[in-house]
Every structure is written in C-alpha cells, then in structure tokens.
Design a protein around this ligand. Structure first.
Ligand code: RI2
Length: 309
C-alpha cells in the first residue's frame, strides 16, 4: 500500500497538482502497486486493484480527470483480464493500460497546444488564471510558432499557482506580466483572449476550474474579450449527464490567513473553496485534443466518448 498512500497524500496536499498531472500520477501509482502485489490468485489481484482504484479516487474531489483516469484503466483491465488465470499476465495487462493512459494524456496536451494556437493571432495579448498544462501548451505553441504574444498571469490566490505559470512562460522566452487576481478588470482592455484550463466539464459545457475563473469570465464577457478553455476530453464529467453536480473542494483556512492572525481573530469565519463554475454562456470555445467545441457542443463529444452517439 505504500506507493498508494504516498501518492494519495501528495495529491491531497497538492504536492502533485493540476487536473492532468494528478490523473497521471494516480494511474502510475496504481500500475506500480499492481506490479508490487504479492498475491497468487487472480481474483484476489483484481479485487485489490479495484479497491486501490477506489481509494485513489478519493484523494481530491473536484478534478474528474482523477476518477475518469482510474475508471479507464480499471474497466479496460478487467475486460481484458476476465479469463486470465495467472497473476503475471494480469500485471502486464494492468501496466499496459496505465502506460496507455499516460501516453494519451500527454499527447492530448500537445495536440491541444497545436489546435488552440490556431486561435491565437500574431500580436495577441492573453490572460491566464492558475497553472494549467493545457493552457500553457496553447500559449507556448503559439509562441514557438513565432507569434508575437504577451501574457498576463494572475497570481491565483491562495496557493499562488500563477507564480508557476509566469515563471515557466518567462523561462521559455514569453513576454509575461504577473498581476494580482483583483487587477483583471484593470487590465482586461489590453487583453484579446483569456485562456484557462479545466478540472471538470459539465456535459452542458459549464467549466469547473480554479476559483476566480468565473470572475475572470464575467469581466472578459463584459469587455467582449474571447474566453477559451483548454482541456483534455477526459475532463468531461459523465455523471453530469444524469443531472449530478460536481463537488467543489473546500480547502483549509490555513491556505488563506496566517495562523497567528487566525488565532487572534477566531470570530472571523474563513471560507476557501478551491474551484468555481463558469457557465457556458461566458465561454467561446473549449479546445480538446479532438478539436474545438463551442460549450454547447460538448454533449456531442461526451456521446462519442461513451458510445452513445
Ligand atoms: P491542467 C488545477 O487545479 C487548476 O484549476 C488548473 O486550471 C486545472 O487544475 C487544470 O490543469 P489545482 O490542482 O490539467 O491547482 O490543465 O487545484 O494542468
């Protein structure tokens, strides 16, 4: 269980973070756990993998990439392993699907970059919020295509993921400016496009992303500035098709206020939701590895992915 516990804790504590990264880390941990399992009976192996998958899914509640990734691996593994007797073969099959997921996930980010960059014009100023591999892929691909772009990165309180994004972009030679979250409206007139990632996408095209994204979308909408979401197709939340909602993670108040201040001001309540929901009407396009969709078109991708089309 050691590898599972370590990965679970690293995801929970956000040492591993970002919707795509946590999905890949969980899948890798599941594969390594399978390889290390010392059981002689195939049914026991399958049961332990199923149980480990369920455990990993609980590390963080909002990014649907995590359960979708585990389900992809476990369902395919179980289907192929149905009639297999020896544990060594089961281990090989499990490893195969873990590697396949990781490969597809990484190549999806690359493809999103290429597809999304088509929507970025030479001379554009882009604004991004938080730290999304998919959004960064779009920005860096446009930059590598010699498009002359400028980028505003929000700081992204409370965890400051904008420091990661701005540092990465600057190291790659992009002209980047870090701003506080509340300065978005101040700068929006200079911005041509907002590009953000997603932790989960409702079947109706609403997007769950780092808290503050919906405020950025409102400001962008008022300023008639384009709003693009870059996200792998496995971020679509299948349960939203039957009306379920996506839980919004609420993290510790310690991430917001210094401990001593909180001690002295115990009567002040602190709330720390990690994500919010941007309605489809504020989103122009969702860039996935299979193409560009208006938010209302995500239902088609969902149906195709789950064979309902
Ligand atoms: P990629 C992150 O969540 C951010 O909300 C980011 O926009 C989203 O995951 C998608 O990131 P957190 O783990 O999968 O920082 O595009 O809470 O990297």
């Amino acid at each position: 269980m050691h590898i599972l516990n370590t990965t679970f804790e690293d995801i929970r504590l956000m040492k591993i973070r970002g919707a795509g990264r946590i999905a890949r880390a969980a899948v890798k941990a599941l594969g390594d756990y399978g390889t290390s399992l010392d059981v002689g009976v195939s049914s026991e192996f399958v049961a332990k993998i199923r149980e480990a998958g369920e455990y990993l899914k609980g590390a963080r509640p909002t990014a649907v990439s995590l359960p979708n990734a585990i389900n992809y691996v476990v369902l395919n593994f179980e289907k192929e392993a149905k009639d297999m007797e020896d544990v060594a073969s089961l281990k090989r099959v499990l490893k195969k699907y873990c590697e396949l997921f990781v490969e597809r996930s990484e190549s999806a980010v690359e493809k999103i970059g290429l597809i999304g960059a088509r929507l970025i014009q030479d001379g554009d100023t882009i604004l991004t919020h938080c730290n999304s591999e998919a959004a960064i892929s779009v920005i860096l691909t446009a930059h590598n295509q010699q498009k002359n772009i400028k980028v505003f990165c929000t700081e992204t309180r409370p965890k400051g993921q904008g420091y990661l994004t701005s540092s990465k972009l600057a190291k790659n030679g992009v002209d980047v400016t870090l701003i506080v979250d509340s300065a978005v409206n101040f700068f929006i007139k200079k911005v041509d496009q907002v590009v953000v990632g997603a932790d989960a996408i409702y079947v109706n095209g609403a997007v769950v992303n780092k808290v503050g994204t919906s405020q950025v979308a409102l400001v962008a909408n008022q300023a008639k500035c384009r709003f693009m979401v870059a996200a792998e197709s496995y971020k679509i939340a299948p349960n939203t098709f039957v009306g379920e909602s996506i839980p919004i993670e609420e993290r510790s108040p310690d991430e917001i206020a210094p401990k001593e201040w909180a001690q002295e001001n115990k009567e002040v309540k602190i709330r720390n939701p990690s994500f919010d929901i941007t309605p489809p009407k504020y989103i122009d396009s969702i860039i996935t590895e299979v193409g560009i969709f208006p938010p209302e078109g995500i239902i088609l991708l969902y149906k195709e992915t789950y064979g309902l089309g």
